[in-house]
Design a binder for this molecule. Sequence first.
Ligand code: NAP
Length: 325
Amino acid sequence: MADSASFVKPHFERVALIGLGLIGSSLCHAMRRADLATHIAGHARTAETRKVALEIGLVDTIHEDAASAVQDADLIIMCTPVGVCGEIARAIKPALKQGAIFSDVGSIKQALIRDVAPHIPDGVHFVPVHPIAGTEQSGPRSGFAELFTHRWCILTPLSDQKSDEYAEAVRLLTAFWQACGSMVECMDPKHHDLVLAITSHVPHLIAYNLVGTASDLETVTRSEVIKYSAAGFRDSTRLAASDPTMWRDVFLNNKDAVLEMLGRFTEDLSALQRAIRWGDGDALFDLFTRTRAVRRSIVEAGQETEEPDFGRRHKDLAPKEDSSD
Ligand code: NAP
């Protein structure tokens, strides 16, 4: 792990962000809070997002095309869905400045590197990144400066880049993310995709499936699902409300690792089915005890709070006075 206590805060003259949704807009706020850039240039696909980004002061300049946003930029970060990163890299290639650092925030790394690396010119340093921080919200208004605070951020530097300049780019980007509040670690891209398959991708898939099954129930039952939704279902709906484009791209681009983890998951689910069928309470109790300890470890590691009832703030839940007649 990079030592967060000893980094020197970097400052970039011009940072270009392609994509100004949850992650892009949070980066704008975090960069401004830590004074990491003199000028933030932005580009997003739609005129509406570009208008909002300028209106709420996310960026200093907004650009209709990505190539003009990255002109003269010292640091470029693609904050778009994974599936379009290759196409964007191809389009902005001629505008990239020699010596610039080129990066991304994509949730999967192997397929993204495969699609993007061929478009990066010599003398531009491509350092892939994945901040393990997010919410189910999206769009330019959803960002906030604290999103990355105390969250891990994984860098997956390219193994064929051995120059001192590349090592310096990795060092600068590490310090950049630390200044945004993250704890930084480097990882091999294949290993990253495997780890994230079980900690993030499969849980989302299970949530999408669970909520999908509930919404396919008969209409009467479905209204009861909403009305009587218990904590387990409510929490799954939060995951299942995540951005459809982002998650479609994650599953299409991390196929092998997700399928491998789903195979393990299905075997374990069958074992649970068997334990229920044969009344094997000990097996169920043992598993539930082990899983409770995992939760405790995550809280102890500072990645979750101990707040009860799935994060609902109890003080907000007082019965409302009935104002009707
Ligand atoms: P988001 O809120 O939906 O924002 C995506 C942004 O990309 C929008 O500004 C969108 O512009 C822009 N965009 C889409 N296609 C584009 C194109 N072809 N050219 C230019 N801009 C384009 O998504 P997000 O949650 O910030 O996710 C962005 C990236 O972060 C994804 O790669 C995701 O894997 C990664 N990530 C997400 C999370 C999370 O929890 N959300 C966590 C870690 C990493 P418009 O608004 O104009 O459509």
